[in-house]
Design a protein around this ligand. Structure first.
Ligand code: IPD
Ligand code: CA
Ligand code: CA
Length: 274
């Protein structure tokens, strides 16, 4: 393992402190609100952990920009931007399922240079830096080598908005379910990506994610040796997370072929998530 940069050390320390805030509220939530829909939840743990992270960054790197889920983007004239989901998996958190994380990514000149995804309930800290490999609690991780979907376990997620694409997403789920060992829905996209990176799942797809769901997990997966793209296999634009396909790389084409079925054209025809 090469030495961690000071930026990575800071990101890990900050994610772990945010995780302590999560755990202080786990099973003990004193405030619960709805956001975009009545299933899109916000707790005091989301807010307080975000405040802690933002303050830590602003104290240490006052010139850096910050994009964090629950706040308007803080734009500075800087080559650095932090991309943060203070609590990914809020619904799990509310229901006391220990599958949630703090996700912190850092981009320099629009390229992600590091990512940390910390799951405090299991004390699992995933991290990666550009060209330095990916790690879980300081041990290197890598994806599976399964090369056929019939031997694979996948993971996915569903958007909060139940619009005209909702039924189609279940049709996609069934298509994959029919030809794999199963498809799980864990409820924290950042951890879904890390679990592909460490070989628990062989692949992941989702529609309608946001940069803070994906930024840190994306570099962790890539550094572990997996790949992430648009559903059509093309490199995805860093800020466009509307159609995310991630895998161990060997099953990528097989997964993409299913997602590109004519039945699912509506997802491909539009450019932005809603
Ligand atoms: C959500 C989770 C979930 C995914 C949703 C996300 P949140 O993030 O990552 O797995 O399916 O699309 O919005 O709201 O818990 O931060
Ligand atoms: Ca999220
Ligand atoms: Ca969140």
């Amino acid at each position: 393992m090469t030495a961690k940069s000071d930026l990575l050390k800071f990101a890990i320390k900050t994610a772990k402190e945010a995780g302590k805030i999560h755990m202080s509220y786990f099973g003990n939530i004193s405030s619960l609100e709805n956001k975009s829909t009545n299933i899109d939840l916000l707790t005091n743990a989301d807010i307080e952990s975000e405040q802690y992270i933002l303050k830590s960054i602003q104290d240490k790197f006052p010139h850096h920009s910050i994009l964090s889920e629950e706040q308007p983007e803080l734009k500075k004239n800087s080559e650095y931007i932090w991309i943060i989901d203070p609590l990914d998996g809020t619904t799990n958190f509310v229901h006391q399922l220990p599958v949630f994380s703090c996700s912190i990514g850092l981009k320099k000149n629009n390229e992600t240079i590091l990512g940390v995804v910390y799951n405090p309930a299991a004390n699992k800290c995933f991290y990666a830096e550009k060209n330095k490999g990916a790690f879980l609690n300081d041990k290197p991780i890598s994806p599976t080598s399964s090369d056929t979907l019939s031997e694979c376990l996948l993971v996915t997620g569903f958007p909060y908005k139940h619009d005209e694409k909702y039924d189609l997403l279940f049709s996609i789920f069934k298509d994959f379910y029919d030809i794999t060992r199963g498809v799980r829905r864990l409820g924290a996209a950042s951890l879904d990506l890390c679990f592909v990176a460490m070989g628990r799942f062989d692949g992941f797809y989702e529609y309608g994610l946001m940069p803070w769901d994906v930024c840190a997990g994306e570099i962790i997966l890539k550094e572990a040796g997996g790949i992430i793209s648009d559903w059509n296999g093309a490199n995805k634009h860093p800020s466009d997370c509307s159609r995310v396909l991630a895998s161990n790389k060997f099953i990528h084409k097989e997964m993409s072929d299913i997602l590109l079925n004519e039945k699912y054209k509506i997802f491909i025809d539009q450019n932005n998530s809603e």
